[in-house]
Structures are given as C-alpha cells and as structure tokens.
Design a binder for this molecule. Structure first.
Ligand code: SAH
Length: 378
C-alpha cells in the first residue's frame, strides 16, 4: 500500500468504526478532544499533525504524551481511502480513482506545470446538470461528497507526491500541489456546505495552507450561491459559459433554463472582490459549428464587457458516443483573437491527460466502464 495506515492487522478485518479526523475542522477537533476529557487548546496541535504533517499514526505526534496518543487512537482514526487505480499520463498528469467507504468511486487529477501543480478535485459522485458535452453529466448523481471525502483527495495527492514536510525539510518551497480547482466531477455549488467546510480546512494556514488565491471554484451557474461563495470563501470564480445565447445555452448547459445568461452575468459583475488582479474565468468549450463562430466571439465580448475577466477556451474533449466534435485549431485561434483584441486574456487550454481519460469532461468514465464489465460479479 502506498500510504501508512494506523489500524492494526487485526482491526483491518473488522469494520473500523472510529470516526476519522480527516474532514474535521478546528471546532470539531476541539469537541473531539473535550469528548475524551482533554483541553481544547490541543486542537491546534492535532490539526497541524493531521493536515500540515500528514501523519496517519498517532505515535508520530511527538509533542503529545504517550497516554494522550493512545487515548486518541482508541477513539479516533486518521485514515486514507483506498486507491483503486493510479494512472499516469505520458504528459505527467496523474489520475487517482478513489474508492469510498460505501463502494462508490470518484476521480482526482493532478496536473503538473512549470510554475505550479494543480489538483482537480471532485465535489459530487456523478452530476445532476446534464451538460450535453460532458461525460460526467451523462451519469446520474449518486450523492454529495462529505467534507472528509473532499479533503481526502488532497491528502491522497500529497501522499503520492511525497509532499509532507518532515523534521529535516520543515517547509515546502516548491510545491507540486500548489493550486486547487474545484473542477472535477459534480457541481460544487450544489454541495455548497460541504465544499465550504472542506475549503476552510484546506485554506487554514496551519494545515494544508493553500491560499484562497490559489483556489478556483467552477460553477455552471448556480446564481443564488455565487455571491455567498465570494463573501464566505473568497476563492476565485470560474463560470462554465459555453454559449452566448440563451437558446443554445438552454440546450447544452440546461441549468440556463433556471438561471439565464442575464442573471448569471449580473452575479458575475457583483462577485465580491472581483477586480483586474482577481479576474473571473469564463470557460468556453469549443464545439465545432455549434458555438465557435466569429459572431459568437463578438457576442461573448459584448456580454462580459466591463467584467474583469479571462476567457479559457477549452477544445472539446471527446468521449465514447459524444454528440460533438472539437473545433479546428484555426477556428479556435480566430475566436481567441477577437476576445484578445477586446482586452481579455484568452488562453487555449491544452488538453492534459487525454490518454488516461483525465481531461475536462472525461471524468468518471473509467470507473463506470469498469463497473459495467464487472457488473456480473457484484
Ligand atoms: N460543474 C462545474 C464543475 C465542472 S468543471 C462546472 O460546470 O463548472 C469542468 C469543466 O470542464 C466545465 O467548464 C465543463 O463545462 C468543462 N467540460 C465538460 N465536458 C467537457 C468536454 N467534453 N470537453 C471540454 N470541456 C468540458
């Protein structure tokens, strides 16, 4: 197993009922300590061991007495989920298929780049949005992920990237996991409370310590929660726009029927903290002959005018049976030029991890396929 586990051999055969400390915030850790008759100030130490040092064995908590360590170990665990598959792309992208305790599976993707390493984190199992071009959208929602299951994705990535500080390497200067995008499976704003709890743990400077400036939450446009997200979490906002007319957006991003473009864009205009140094990212998937005309590009510029923004053009990533094709490179370039000439940075996202089905919109497919093949054994 690639990670350490503090359960003894004997316990591994029984179901370990101890609550997991992963997913608990400071408050919950205080309560956990009070429950075993310990002062709440210890919560800060516990929080650091769990989230900053990444220990999974209470015996490594050297500033705690032996009796406290065993009290903690009797009552709680610090565990990691099972990795059912660990795939590496030829471009260095990693995809971990994580098996949750109820048998469901989620995917987490690590994308290394020259100046950063980004982890693409899932917020739900499946999705309810049914965006026409997205593979995850063809799979029904199974359930929301808990704060524990969201935070565990980061813990798993740090384990595998060997990125926990040690006594001889106390801080991390060049992090392989420096940024987080809530762009995996699911719609994070439809699981707002759990996502918020998880992000607060992740952003805490004494723990995983990834600042809100390095976190981006992507939404297809759950308008009523956009402001709250900015006020309460202050993370960067990405909006899956994909179409500039309600008629088309109703069809390819059906949440538009509930929250049409005008409402979505005014929520973007009012996003707390938005300014030039903190732009909103508009994601725009390039679908051949569907949304990629020069008239579309001009309408896009008109729609977002006045919003400090950047437009990420995502060449469509096909999946088996997908009803669309990727726009050709020349079309994408001409589209980008119109957007750039209007003063908006408009990078074309290089597909990463396509060979392991880890690119945008391809998640969950692997595990689903697997299930179909094995279904007769379940
Ligand atoms: N539900 C959220 C989080 C998902 S983010 C949201 O919609 O924003 C994943 C991003 O990849 C979204 O912008 C999504 O629209 C985009 N995407 C989905 N399928 C894709 C595909 N096949 N090719 C390229 N991008 C895709």
């Amino acid at each position: 197993m690639p990670f350490k586990n503090n359960t003894s051999d004997v316990k591994e055969f029984a179901i370990d009922q101890r609550p997991n400390l992963i997913g608990m915030g400071r408050k919950e850790m205080e309560l956990a300590l009070m429950e075993i008759g310990e002062p709440r100030y210890r919560a800060s130490q516990l929080f650091q061991w769990v989230y900053n040092r990444g220990v999974t064995d209470f015996n490594e908590m050297t500033n705690m007495t032996k009796s406290l360590r065993s009290k903690l170990g009797n009552r709680f665990k610090i565990s990691r989920p099972i990795i059912s598959r660990n795939l590496e792309s030829i471009d260095g992208t990693h995809k971990w298929l994580i098996k949750l305790s109820d048998g469901n599976e989620i995917e987490t993707v690590h994308i290394p780049e020259d100046d950063r390493g980004t982890l693409c984190v899932s917020s739900q199992i499946g999705c309810t949005l049914n965006c026409k071009f997205c593979h995850t959208g063809t799979q029904r929602l199974v359930r929301n992920l808990s704060p524990m299951e969201i935070v565990e994705q980061i813990m798993v990535a740090r384990d595998h990237l060997s990125e926990w500080p040690t006594a001889d390497k106390p801080s991390i200067y060049e992090r392989k996991l420096s940024n987080i995008v809530m762009m995996g499976m699911g719609e994070p704003l439809y699981n707002y409370d759990n996502v918020a709890d998880a992000l607060k743990i992740i952003m805490d400077g004494e723990g995983i310590a990834i600042s809100r400036r390095r976190i981006t939450l992507s939404t297809a446009g759950v308008v009523p929660l956009i402001r709250k997200c900015g006020e309460e979490l202050g993370v960067g906002l990405a909006v899956s726009l994909h179409a500039v007319r309600d008629e088309l957006r109703n069809e390819i991003v059906p949440i538009n029927r509930k929250y049409p473009l005008a409402e979505l864009l005014s929520a973007c205009r009012e996003y707390p903290g938005v300014r030039n140094s903190r732009r909103i990212t508009f994601e725009y998937v390039m679908l051949k002959n569907i949304n990629d005309s020069l008239a579309d590009a001009r309408e896009l510029v008109r729609l977002i005018s006045g919003i400090p923004a950047k437009v990420n053009l995502i060449p469509f990533n096909p999946w088996p049976g997908s009803p669309y094709e990727r726009s050709n490179n020349q079309t994408i370039e001409s589209f980008a030029e119109i957007v750039r000439n209007a003063g908006y940075p408009s990078p074309v996202r290089t597909p990463r991890g396509e060979d392991i089905m880890a690119a945008c919109g391809q998640l969950k497919s692997d595990s689903e396929r697997e299930k179909k093949t094995n279904s007769k054994y379940i």
